[in-house]
Design a protein around this ligand. Structure first.
Ligand code: ZN
Length: 615
């Protein structure tokens, strides 16, 4: 994933986003943008917009969006580097020979490549590898399997690979950066993997980025050891077996998720090359994001109901939010896939996959078995499921899931819903913080941020007049917080599209702001005036809201605090209005004037800077 920023910018610049998306979606020009029916969700009226000027697309219906690279990844089911390559080829952007640029730190990757060759040689040809060879053959892994996964053998020596690495010209820093060599407090360095089968963990392009090591002597432990996370290796984003299984996954559109490296290898060996495993870590949202590029559904293969239920409870919210269909395969007699396939033919395993149970059904069934169907038992089942449902972010998915569970458990959807905690995401709001968007008009808040992104000179003004707390919409508030961290000079240089890369969690917000109805072409002074008017509207709404809140709290212990908060905003507003000659207009776009028709912004008095809210 190490294309340089320049390369990525060049690809996004050169690739004609309208042409690329236009091949998949019928686009109609609409002002500077293009609109069409969203290819990512079923719709009858177009809410999908493509903006050539921002070089992005966004669906106002389902929130999908991104750059031309994102579109190609999703539509063609390509990995990030593959999509970049495809676009670079098509639009004639030259890539460096080995794709990713050789930034500092690629030495760490070179070390890993050298290590793979070193360990392989030991396993395949050296006398020292004999025990390991025998062990693997006895377990039914033959030369072709070693080859497919690049297995090797680490000697029972403290500085076996380290010595080899240094003889190849790698520095101590290079070796340490690879994660294969560690250093004690005393300064002494040593090999992390010793007397173990070495199993390369690869990125999507098949390059080794880390190693797992498995013991062959049952008395040694731990059974598995992974090299640590490095700048190349983040275990929450890597799936073992993925680079070997990409093609199979693309064809079958499904992934098999198992637990161990040997399970993955055994499944690949028997023709189930869609098998992947996490690298000694729980499943994450990023893992699933990786899988959505290749597969529509995931089969979770568990070797026992106890561990299965635990893992299912943990991963269910991830799946419910990912859009991937999840099914559970529980192998009989608590066998893991490795053991199962040593005793049963592949056809039997295929039949197990056929019988896979949808994840939620599996959970409800297992919990119901455990707790019984009595009133109390069903209550316990629901209690166990409630946190899962509470983590489903999209309202529609939550609703459907609640109904589904209610049906399975045999209670009313209302009963289930009453147990479900409010969805996560967005921090918990203190009682008197800005009220949620639903209670206030979000239009003015959006407008201010849109102005700010496009007219970045206005940051100073926004800083003076507006606090993040004034915004009710959590995403807009976070965006404003982030933006206010820039200095005025820095922010003027920022390309707003870049904010999407810097703050991925806000990408959809930024995109939808950029693709809101275009700003009128006006002089900067008029933009400044528009912003003032919008801010006045925001504070008016906030003031009304806080007054309602205060009234509701009269007589309660919070009354005084509520009143103070209200008065503060009210006073700010009075001051704000008094300093603007144009005062507050209810429709801010009407304040737009032709260039030069009115005194420039600079001539008007500025309100005193508002101190940042201490709370
Ligand atoms: Zn959509």
């Amino acid at each position: 994933m190490a294309f340089s920023k320049d390369i990525l910018a060049a690809v996004k610049d050169r690739a004609d986003i309208v042409e690329v998306i236009g091949e998949r979606v019928l686009l109609k020009q609409n002002g500077a943008d293009y609109v069409g029916l969203c290819p990512f969700h079923g719709e009858k009226t177009p809410s999908f917009r493509v903006s050539p000027s921002w070089r992005t697309y966004h669906c106002f219906g389902c929130g999908e969006g991104g750059s031309v690279i994102d579109f190609v990844m999703k539509q063609e089911r390509l990995s990030f580097p593959e999509a970049v390559r495809a676009l670079a080829d098509r639009f004639g952007v030259p890539l460096p020979d080995d794709g990713p640029t050789r930034e500092s730190g690629t030495r760490g990757m070179d070390v890993l490549r050298t290590a793979e060759a070193y360990y392989r040689e030991l396993l395949q040809r050296r006398p020292e590898g004999e025990t390991a060879r025998r062990y693997l053959r006895e377990r039914g892994f033959l030369e072709e399997d070693w080859e497919a996964f690049g297995l090797g053998w680490a000697l029972d020596q403290w500085q076996g690979f380290m010595g080899h690495g240094m003889s190849q010209g790698f520095s101590h820093e290079d070796l340490l950066a690879s994660g294969l060599v560690r250093q004690r407090d005393t300064g002494r360095m040593f090999d992390m993997l010793r007397k173990r089968i070495t199993i390369p963990i690869r990125d999507e392009r098949g390059r080794p980025i880390a190693f797992g090591g498995r013991v062959i002597d049952p008395l040694d432990n731990p059974k598995y050891l992974n090299t640590p996370e490095t700048r190349h290796y983040h275990k929450s984003r890597v799936l073992f077996g993925l680079s070997q299984g990409l093609e199979a996954m693309r064809r079958s559109k499904r992934a098999l998720l198992v637990e161990g490296y040997l399970d993955v290898m055994r499944l690949h060996q028997h023709g189930f090359a869609e098998a992947v495993a996490t690298c000694g870590t729980a499943l994450t949202e990023e893992h699933l994001k990786l899988l959505t590029r290749y597969a529509d559904s995931v089969m979770l293969v568990f070797d026992g109901d106890e561990a299965g239920v635990k893992a299912a409870l943990r991963s269910a919210p991830l799946f419910l939010n990912s859009g991937l269909e999840a099914r559970v395969v529980l192998l009989p007699e608590q066998l893991d896939p490795d053991d199962y396939l040593r005793r049963n033919p592949p056809e039997a395993f295929a039949a197990q996959l056929q019988d896979a149970t949808p994840l939620l059904e599996f959970l409800v069934f297992q919990l119901a078995q455990r707790h019984g169907r009595s009133v109390q038992g069903r209550q316990q089942t629901l209690d166990a499921l409630a946190p899962v449902l509470g983590q489903v972010r999209k309202a529609a998915a939550r609703d459907l899931t609640v109904r589904y569970v209610a049906d399975l458990v045999g209670v009313s959807p209302e009963a289930v819903l009453s147990l479900v905690p409010a969805p996560r995401g967005g921090r918990a709001e203190p009682e008197l913080a800005a009220p949620p968007l639903s209670q206030r008009e979000g239009r003015h808040q959006r407008r201010v941020l849109r102005l700010l992104l496009e007219q970045r000179k206005l940051l100073g003004q926004a800083r003076t007049l507006l606090r993040p707390d004034d915004l009710g919409d959590p995403a807009l508030r976070t965006l404003l917080e982030r933006v206010l961290k820039f200095s005025d000079v820095e922010f003027e240089e920022v390309r707003p599209e870049a904010l999407m890369d810097w703050f991925p969690e806000l990408a959809s917000t930024v995109r939808s702001l950029l693709m809101d109805e275009p700003l009128h072409d006006a002089a900067v002074s008029d933009y400044a005036r528009q912003m003032e008017a919008e801010i006045v509207c925001i504070k008016e709404e906030l003031k009304d809201e806080l007054f309602r809140k205060f009234k509701a709290l009269v007589g309660s212990p919070e009354e005084e605090l509520a009143l103070r908060r209200y008065k503060k905003v009210r006073d700010e507003l009075v001051q704000l209005k008094s300093t603007f000659r144009s005062t507050h207009k209810p429709r801010p776009e009407l304040t737009l004037r032709p260039q030069g028709a009115e005194g420039s912004h600079a001539e008007r008095a500025r309100p005193a800077p508002t101190p940042p809210d201490a709370g």
